[in-house]
Design a binder for this molecule. Sequence first.
Ligand SMILES: Nc1ncnc2c1ncn2[C@@H]1O[C@H](COP(=O)(O)OP(=O)(O)OP(=O)(O)O)[C@@H](O)[C@H]1O
Length: 323
Amino acid sequence: MIEITNLQKTFGELEVLKNISLNIMDHEIYGLVGKSGAGKSTLLRCINGLETYSAGKLLVNGIEIKGLNKKELRLYRKNIGMIFQDFPMLSRKTVYENIAYPMKCWKYGKDDIEKRVKELAGIVGITDKLEQKPDTLSGGQKQRAAIARALSMNPEILLSDEATSALDPVTTKSILDLLKDINEKLGITIIMVTHQMEVVRSVCQKVSLLENGKIVESGDVQELFLKQPEAFRRFLGNEEITSLPEGVNIQIMLRKNDDSGKILSRIAKELQVEYTVCGGKMESYRGENLGDFIINIKNEDAPDVRKFLNHEHAVWHELSGRS
Ligand SMILES: Nc1ncnc2c1ncn2[C@@H]1O[C@H](COP(=O)(O)OP(=O)(O)OP(=O)(O)O)[C@@H](O)[C@H]1O
């Protein structure tokens, strides 16, 4: 478990992390999202022991990272794999040698290395690429090789810093599926730094949203989608719904496994209210479909509709349109 309490980090005068507190449970996939410069990578580097922090606590499996000496830190970092946006590889070495590199540094035997490299190549699906040089691989294949290398020391934690940002949508999906698979099969805790909401939707169970070095929202991804707190809406760009029609505009969230899908027809039938659907979408959250509809109603119908939605325990938000 990773327990972060009131973590602070400064670079000179610049406060980059301001009282960050969050817990990441074992085997979880946890997203850290936010705009460029929010402090996501710095937080990841603190977790990895690559940066020290100015104040606060950062405990991994009960051990304070700041208190580790050089040797302990090296051992600690052995337990953490890391992947990046630009999948850095040793270009003169083969894919096999790249994956084997951390094990070689830790003086593993040749046979053990060979067994592990082949096993990892099988897991990430690049068995036929082992003798090639990284430059001859596609971006997705390079990231697969980088994931294999990051897993070579059998880490409990995998840190991913924008690992899919440089990939096209289809390759992104295949890498995200792979990470989800690794999390499920190997039980590895994964922390995903990203600015792409799609990454969070597809794989993360929990997420923290950082703005300007502070956590402004944290929680279960599906719950945050339903509640859409203001900072989350801002990040999703939902506050930018422009030119909504006159009258009252209501966003009704559609949850899984309930009757929320019938709510529109019930508004028409039971309240005899006419509405226009002026927006809506369905999206997959770790394979579960969640969505919303935006309806426009007349001002005079609004009190009845609000009352009805509350009575039905619907999750809804009134949208203020901007024209
Ligand atoms: N080594 C450093 N020295 C000084 N300032 C730094 C250093 N590393 C990061 N910063 C500053 O800290 C702030 C947060 O940077 P960080 O890279 O953590 O943000 P981020 O959310 O990961 O951004 P991005 O999505 O663009 O990678 C930025 O203002 C950045 O300029």
